[in-house]
Design a protein. Structure first.
Length: 337
């Protein structure tokens, strides 16, 4: 049989005092003698009394919970970001309620409603890649629930956000490829509708412009194409590609597969740079050059912004573009000639 939870009334009945006296003693209230207060606290510990979080939240109009919506757990990026968030929220006495959207807008909307129904004190979210509507995010703010966006953002939603500087990150990657002699640089784009895809593509184009390399539309491929490896192979065979920059490390791995099937050596004939510094970048051979986005720091900053908003709803809008770091490994080498 399930053991009954000890209540304030149980303690009051045992000591023959009123429940309000017990409540004041346990919460540091006045009008309770020191002797009685110590007696109540001692019995509460003996009986294993724990405050009812639901009742406490109703009384304080605060649940000490924060909702988190991320696309998935499997990516190292999101697990590191989660660690950063939790390092801040746990110290502040908050519990996380975590939902995953699986990059699906309908699931994201359901998650928003679940968290609002749970009366969370605030929400941290990464927009799903299939997101083209934002009414559910506006609903969060209309509900007076603080919202912070991390990694991806929408200009339609005026709320604090923390992202990495994807433009500069992509620029530094393609700039490096140009500096080591690459002139035919392929780009594998990310999902449509995402700010990250747009900013990384803009960084790619700006680096080409800096080195006076004309943009070649034939070298730009959509990462969502189901025949991506075949498209990459065709591009490599027909365009004398000597460099490649991918939206993610996982898309860079597709370049590795295509190059392997064509017996094109990396980095001998083709230099490759990915994005996000996932563990796969150090496991594959040759090790993959990539861009580190500081996901842990992103989580830390996002959590701090949310707590700031919870504690002061009128605080000025906080926005952060985190610096990225280019990590050069074995997949890049300077071309001769």
């Amino acid at each position: 049989m399930k053991k009954k939870r000890t209540s304030i009334t149980d303690i009051a009945n045992t000591l023959q005092v009123t429940p309000s006296t017990v409540s004041r003693a346990l919460n540091g209230g006045g009008k309770v003698s020191e002797k009685k207060r110590l007696e109540i606290i001692s019995l509460a510990k003996k009986l294993g009394y724990r405050p009812n979080p639901i009742a406490k939240s109703l009384l304080e109009n605060r649940t000490n919970t924060i909702g988190l919506i991320i696309p998935e757990f499997t990516h190292h990026f999101y697990s590191r970001m989660l660690s950063g968030i939790e390092s801040v929220t746990s110290k502040a006495g908050y519990q996380l309620l975590i939902c995953t959207s699986n990059e699906d807008q309908n699931q994201e909307i359901k998650s928003i409603h679940t968290l609002l129904d749970a009366r969370v004190d605030g929400i941290i979210a990464t927009i799903s890649k299939m997101n083209d509507k934002f009414e559910h995010l506006q609903e969060v703010m209309d509900n007076d629930t603080p919202l912070v966006l991390v990694d991806r953002f929408s200009e339609e939603i005026e709320t604090p956000y923390v992202i990495s500087d994807d433009f500069k990150g992509a620029f530094s990657a393609v700039d490096h490829l140009c500096q080591i002699g690459c002139r035919k640089i392929m780009h594998i784009k990310g999902p449509d509708n995402l700010s990250t895809t747009f900013n990384r593509f803009m960084g790619y184009k700006e680096a080409l412009r800096k080195h006076e390399i004309e943009l070649d539309e034939r070298l730009i491929l959509e990462g969502s194409n189901p025949d991506l490896v075949e498209k990459i192979k065709s591009c490599l065979e027909n365009n004398w590609v000597d460099g490649a920059f991918a939206y993610s490390d996982y898309l860079a791995f597709e370049i590795y597969k295509a190059a392997s099937q064509l017996t094109i050596p990396i980095p001998g004939q083709l230099s490759v740079i990915g994005y996000a510094d996932e563990p796969i970048s150090t496991y594959i051979n040759p090790t993959l050059s990539t861009v580190n986005q500081q996901p842990f720091e992103m989580g830390v900053t996002g959590a701090k912004y949310l707590l700031n908003k919870i504690n002061d709803p009128e605080i000025a809008l906080e926005i952060k573009n985190l610096e990225t770091k280019l990590v050069i490994r074995e997949s890049c080498r300077r071309l001769e000639g």
